[in-house]
Design a protein. Sequence first.
Length: 311
Amino acid sequence: MLPHFDIRQIRIGTCVPGFIAEAWVPHMVEAGFETVSINFHMELGGVEIERQGPALRAMLDGTGCEVTTLGYYCNPIQYEDHQKNLERVIDAAALYGAGIVSTFAGGYEGQSVDGSIAKFGKVYGELARRCEDRGVKLAIENCPMGGTWDRLTCNLGFNPRAWEMMFNEVQSPALGLEWEPAHQMIQLIDPIAQLRKWAKKVYHVHGKDATVDLAYVHENGVLCNTDWYAPERTPGFGDCNWRDIIYILHVNGYEDDICVEGYHDPIYKNSWEMTAQIHALKYLKWCRGGEFTPNPWEDKKLFYEETKQED
């Protein structure tokens, strides 16, 4: 028998590119998103994050929406300037009100996971200590970025074998995963089984799905065209059971958000982007059970004690 859980409802947010965050965030709040993740890719693009953070907090004040995650996806193993920028992002997270910084693990481009893991330990040992000092969690996204085990691009943290090596190198409570099922489905990994095993190390969740064409895989394999056999989809259009995902997160104590990562769906894109994102928002809210409704009875403590006895 499962214990009774005093859960906090998982909020549904969206990912917003950092260089247009101040223009887009008000529209996302108006659309009904409960959180936002502000994301930068490889560079900060001239954005003064020390100014933008307080500006966004002021913009969101009183809306019920907040920035939960500040993302800077880079390669701090290969490039020293990426590491310096990531340190700056960690320092600036509190200015946004964000408790999580998300990033790539990095890697020596064109080399193997095994050849990069020692440098990962050195770089991320330092970054994790910085996060501990500032009360921030550091979450590695699980995206292969077109790389493989033997020939990386910019992120060795795409696979559970690599996660075992990462967390053995850096044994810090500050270091965890930014997990999304699509990146695992493309590797033909069962995301539900994986989440059951790894949920305690999941610090942030991206809302992105995939549709896996197994008939195509059985006929052609997976090396001819990855976009064809497993296109990434907006939640509500893919193969994942998000009710199961939310259930697993709940029973493992996850109390943060799921941020829809749009801009990837091959069908609902461009002028249909916000249509897809609003669909994902409504769908994920439905999967979590809708909006929270308080119990009508007055003596809640007595009710819970009675139901425990009945169980």
